[in-house]
Design a protein around this ligand. Structure first.
Ligand code: PGA
Length: 244
């Protein structure tokens, strides 16, 4: 199984998300070898999930780690699960670097998503500074250690997305050869903590022109697309290029 995930971030409001979901359904892009999921705003999650039904899955961009109670402003993994969500992202770099989430916060989220029965997409990646200081492997190894050490999960419950921070939203995608090298490293690091197969996706400026250069590599289990997934033409072209 390979994966195409579309993270709509805060690009689309409620109405636009519902419109895009309705348009995607009409494109008839369902395929049994590729799992497609979109990650809409929480406001539109229920509607988008209902519209997409068996065509595509949906996932939360983020969820709070307490499951219920006096937590103003939070939405829990369990709440997303109850409305039909399949996935949730943990540790997207925008959560880590704009909103200050630590590896500890990310770990708490991973555990709460697993408890709620959501499949968890753990996002990891080095910053530009890490890369310039030859610390990319150090950063990835640390994020993996904190996410996986002692973690109890079953195969199929966790996917990792390798998203170098310098490649996100910049148009400066990681060279496929470098993504392969990093993903090879990531898989061997994860194997230190778990015997389970954990698929690893690439994310960072993926578009309809470069998607195949990642997707066609055996070691890369799919792509996590941001900006290009929030536009009908770009996202459908990404999917069609992969399926043809
Ligand atoms: P991008 O974002 O495709 O816009 O670079 C990827 C992501 O943040 O998941």
């Amino acid at each position: 199984m390979k994966y195409i995930f579309g993270n709509w971030k805060m690009y689309l409001d409620y109405k636009q998300s519902v419109e895009l979901a309705n348009s995607l359904v009409k494109e008839n892009l369902k395929n049994e070898n590729v799992e497609i999921a979109v990650f809409p705003t929480a406001l539109a999650m229920k509607d988008v999930t209902d519209i997409l039904q068996e065509n595509f899955k949906t996932g939360a961009q983020d969820a709070g780690h307490p499951s219920k109670g006096a937590y103003t402003g939070m939405i829990s993994a369990e709440m997303y699960k109850n409305i039909g969500c399949t996935y949730a992202l943990a540790g997207h770099s925008e959560r880590r670097y704009i909103f200050g989430e630590t590896n500890k916060d990310v770990r708490a989220k991973i555990e709460s998503y697993l408890d709620a029965g959501l499949k968890t997409v753990v996002c990891i990646g080095e910053t530009e500074q890490d890369r310039n200081n030859d610390k990319a492997r150090y950063r990835l190894a640390k994020q993996i250690l904190r996410a996986f050490e002692g973690l109890n999960f079953k195969e199929g419950q966790i996917i990792v997305a390798y998203e170098p921070v310098w490649a996100i939203g910049t148009g400066n995608a990681c060279l496929p050869a470098d993504a392969i090298d990093r993903i090879d490293f990531i898989k061997s690091e994860i194997a230190k903590y778990s015997q389970n197969i954990v698929p690893v996706l690439y994310g960072g400026s993926v578009d309809e022109n470069n998607v195949l250069s990642y997707f066609s590599e055996d070691i890369i289990d799919g792509v996590l697309v941001g900006g290009a997934s929030a536009k009908l033409d770009n996202f459908t072209d990404i999917i069609k290029n992969v399926l043809k």
